[in-house]
Design a protein around this ligand. Structure first.
Ligand code: SF4
Length: 116
């Protein structure tokens, strides 16, 4: 089974409106729904913190401490598809920054399409 890392929007997660890292990404990963083409194992869940400058370092640290590299890194839907959007960076910019720390590992924009 493929291993993935999730990166969520910490500002949203800390505000706690019914998901905040509790289930949506994890359900989609478990069932292979949304942007997951098959069920996968979540090996780490990194929380972005405003203004996002530490996210690449934290992704690198998670891989180092776990002594494991994911097959793909997913930006959560609350990070990649938020309305209003992140005021600091676009999802594409986050993906580019993260790819600098994880060369060769694809970064996918968004995880699930659940509502409610
Ligand atoms: S920088 Fe953007 S994506 Fe990161 S926690 Fe803040 S609002 Fe969320």
């Amino acid at each position: 089974m493929k291993k993935v890392m999730l990166v969520g929007c910490g500002a949203y997660m800390d505000s706690g409106y019914g998901c905040p890292g509790e289930w949506r990404c994890l359900k989609a990963a478990t069932l292979g729904e949304g942007n997951f083409t098959e069920p996968v194992q979540v090996m780490s869940f990194v929380k972005c913190q405003c203004p996002g400058r530490s996210v690449a370092a934290n992704v690198g640290m998670a891989m180092k401490l776990a002594d494991m590299k994911p097959d793909a890194i997913y930006l959560s839907s609350c990070l990649a598809k938020a309305k209003p959007a992140c005021p600091y960076s676009s999802p594409e910019e986050f993906a580019q920054i993260i790819q600098g720390k994880a060369p060769g590992i694809p970064v996918i924009l968004g995880t699930h399409e659940y509502h409610g």
